[in-house]
Design a protein around this ligand. Structure first.
Ligand code: ACO
Length: 334
């Protein structure tokens, strides 16, 4: 796959420090060996060093070259706890509570990033999405000008006529259960940025609905129309249209009938769904019924790249996600 090859090459040219909090997890260890052998990134594994060494031996992998950090016995705990107390002072977090929280690798990892000791994080092979995201939301927080983190999927479909040579970006498939109009507008803008930064496509964003250009009247339709207007105000250069039904967004013949003047309809490459239910179901439908490859969720809008794996992930999913996270980290400094 050409895009992934390019993403991996870019990661190799600027090896970022990626922290993997699930340091004893077998797929994570196998991925670490590949990443180190192929010089894709510098890896920091979190956990008890003896347990990590034993797990690596049981998997038969060589992780020499990975930096092993034990969150329970690290010299930086005090400094990280001070940072946490400062960030959460309005919430009354105490030093004692912060030090206790740091025992959890899912808290330690975002603090490493916050304090400049790592460039990105990936977890979720054994932990639920919420447990990976909550400490990231609390301590790394969102980018300036963005209030909401969301999750995009890169969808590689088998027909090059769709999207950007067969690649489409779907969002938000992973985070916000029921975004409001402002949040949906932000999701559209950050997804367009992800599409440009990772795929290199010129984004054409369709704001999806069950209605096209007023064909149905309903508060749910108004929400999409208003979100589209907000997105246009926030980013006047963005090519975005809504509300559009899926067929009007993707099929030129339908677009000619339903939205003939649109520069997006019929050739959209970024699909923004109305909510997490439709987006999560939608990407899995495409993935399973048409054997499309789905890469993600790529989390967007966070002040530093932190990505969540599916618990069903494969070793190559982890390797690919490390490369994508490295690219996101590099993009932050451009
Ligand atoms: N962006 C930025 N910050 C956020 C977001 C967001 N999307 N959501 C919550 N936060 C912040 C809150 O503002 C709050 O900050 P504060 O403590 O400083 O006030 C903090 O995170 C915790 O907020 P809660 O509302 O308590 O969030 P909660 O922990 O209840 O939920 C979560 C957050 C876990 C991400 C929730 O939205 C969720 O479960 N989403 C669905 C995740 C999921 O299951 N996805 C599908 C599976 S993934 C897949 O299939 C690929």
């Amino acid at each position: 796959m050409k895009l992934l090859e390019r993403v991996i090459q870019d990661a190799q040219s600027d090896q970022k420090r990626i922290v993997l909090p699930e340091g004893t997890e077998p797929r994570t260890l196998r991925a670490t060996e590949i990443i180190l052998n192929e010089s894709i990134a510098r890896i920091i594994l979190l956990g008890n060093p003896g347990e990590i060494a034993q797990a690596a031996e049981e998997c038969g992998v060589n992780i020499k070259g990975a930096v092993i950090v034990d969150p329970k016995n690290d010299d930086r705990r005090e400094a990280y706890a001070k940072e946490m107390v400062e960030i959460r002072k309005a919430k009354g977090l105490t030093m004692e509570e912060a030090l206790q929280m740091l025992d959890d690798p899912l808290v330690f990892a975002p603090l490493m990033i916050k304090c400049g000791d790592a460039d990105g994080e990936i977890a979720g092979a054994v932990n639920a999405t919420g447990d990976v995201l909550r400490p990231a939301f609390q301590f790394v927080r969102t980018m300036p000008g963005v209030s909401v983190v969301s999750g995009a999927f890169l969808m590689f479909v088998n027909d090059p006529h769709f999207g950007h040579d067969g690649i489409l970006v779907f969002a938000d498939c992973a985070v916000m259960p029921d975004p409001n109009e402002q949040q949906l507008a932000e999701i559209a803008i950050t997804t367009a940025k992800t599409a440009k930064a990772i795929v290199g496509m010129e984004p054409r964003v369709a704001m999806l609905s069950f209605s096209t250009r007023g064909s149905a009247q309903h508060p749910l339709v108004d929400k999409i129309v208003n979100a589209t207007e907000i997105a246009k105000r926030l980013d006047p250069e963005l090519k975005i249209d809504g509300e559009l039904q899926l067929d009007a967004a993707l099929i030129p013949e339908v677009a000619k009938l339903k939205a003939p003047d649109s520069e997006v309809a019929g050739r959209a490459n970024v699909l923004v769904f109305p909510g997490l239910e439709s987006a999560n179901i939608g990407y899995k439908l495409v993935q399973r019924l048409s054997q499309a490859e789905a890469i993600g969720p790529v989390l967007q809008g966070m002040a530093a790249p932190i990505n969540d794996l599916s618990r069903g992930c494969s070793v190559s999913d982890i390797v690919n996600m490390v490369a994508i996270t490295s690219n996101q980290a590099a993009a932050l400094f451009e």
